[in-house]
Design a protein around this ligand. Structure first.
Ligand code: NAI
Length: 343
């Protein structure tokens, strides 16, 4: 009897999404793990066709399969439909956004010693975009809701992650000196949760100081836990430390469901040109493999990505300055290169 297939929802998304998702799919299948992909469409193109960027069928598919691999989706700025990403995370209660930032060997010019895990609260705070005009064109207001429940479960997730993955420390990042009530609650709950994990060290950093520390000595930090908007910003900063958005994977985790997607967006400036770096989405696929219990296949994908970077013979355009002597290759060729390095 052959091995059973994993039923996974596959959302190509907008812009470079279909290209990087195709690259990741190829690498995942090359590991020998079997998948039964349920391809679902969300995003700007769907909005034009179906009147909504997030058809209910997409959510139903994720609910049925439990797991999705998702490409980035364009969100119009200022007007237009609300973010599909926020919609998925809220509808499926994917409360923890996990974004590892790990230095790939062989990329000179980026920090050599970064191994950070950013855990971002995913369902509330400023990022969910509850806002309105108080007086049109004169004053506008946004609402930032922080709850004990959401704070507690995301901080607990960060500590559980630390314990499961042999990490030593969790840092709660906040602005409770100014946002005394909202971030004050987040911090109070973080302290309470930290007290129940005596085996994991705990510290606190104010968000602005954290940003400077991450640039100056990122190696001094381990797992970071943040509210939604701070987590959004800091995870891009961390991606920059290790080579940029082209190599930064991510996962949205709930109690029973999980949606895996890279940190980057739909990159309309390079879409359709076969130049996007698929590494972020391939590493995102590795996170998904580990979630499915396929630890060995996940490690093989990560090792293949690291081997290609270490050898430095081929690179996508975004990392050219890190590897000036490497041959310039496109999105699908990078996937093939990584497949060639699978042990
Ligand atoms: P972006 O991440 O799409 O692009 C920022 C810059 O990084 C661009 O210069 C782009 O070319 C480059 N870049 C991104 N990914 C790359 C890759 N894999 N390889 C090489 N270069 C890469 O961010 P931007 O421009 O702010 O957003 C574009 C759209 O994406 C917006 O509509 C935004 O709302 C959406 N977005 C969607 C996300 C998601 O679906 N999870 C996350 C972030 C943004």
């Amino acid at each position: 009897m052959g091995q059973t297939s994993y039923h996974v929802t596959l959302i190509p998304g907008d812009g470079i999404g279909p290209e990087v998702i195709e690259a990741s799919r190829k690498v995942l299948e090359a590991t020998g793990v079997r998948f039964d992909w349920d391809v679902q469409h969300a995003g700007a193109a769907v909005a034009e066709r179906e009147g909504t960027p997030l058809p209910e069928a997409v959510l139903d598919s994720i609910r049925a399969n439990g797991v999705a691999l998702k490409g980035p989706v364009t969100t119009p700025i200022g007007s237009g439909f609300r973010s599909v990403n926020v919609g998925i995370r809220k509808a499926l209660d994917l409360y923890a956004n996990v974004r590892p930032a790990l230095t790939l060997p062989g990329l000179p010019g980026v920090r050599s010693d970064v191994d950070l895990i950013v855990v971002r609260e995913n369902t509330e705070g400023l990022y969910v975009g509850i806002e309105h005009e108080v007086i049109p064109d004169v004053a506008a207001e946004a609402t930032r809701i922080i709850t004990r429940r959401a704070s507690e479960r995301v901080v607990r997730y960060a500590f559980e992650y630390a314990r499961r993955n042999g990490r030593r420390e969790v840092t709660a990042v906040h602005k409770a000196n100014i946002l005394k009530i909202t971030d004050g609650l987040f911090l109070k709950v973080a302290r309470e949760v930290a007290a129940t994990y005596p085996d994991i060290a705990y510290r606190e950093m104010i968000i602005d100081a954290m940003c400077m520390q991450l640039v100056v000595q990122p190696e001094a930090y381990d797992v970071l836990v943040l509210t939604n908007l701070f987590g959004d910003i800091v995870s891009d900063l961390c991606a920059g430390l290790v080579g940029g958005l082209g190599v930064a994977p991510g996962a949205n985790i709930g109690e029973t469901l999980a949606v895996f997607e890279p940190v980057h967006g739909s990159a309309p400036d390079i879409a359709g040109k076969d130049v996007a770096n698929p590494t972020a989405t391939i590493l995102t696929g590795a996170l998904m493999l580990r979630h499915l219990g396929e630890r060995e296949a996940a490690a093989r994908v990560e090792a293949a990505v690291a081997a290609v970077a270490r050898e430095g013979r081929a690179t996508t355009a975004d990392l050219r300055s890190c590897q000036p002597n490497a041959r310039l290759i496109g999105t699908q060729a990078m996937a093939d290169e990584i497949i060639r390095h699978l042990s």
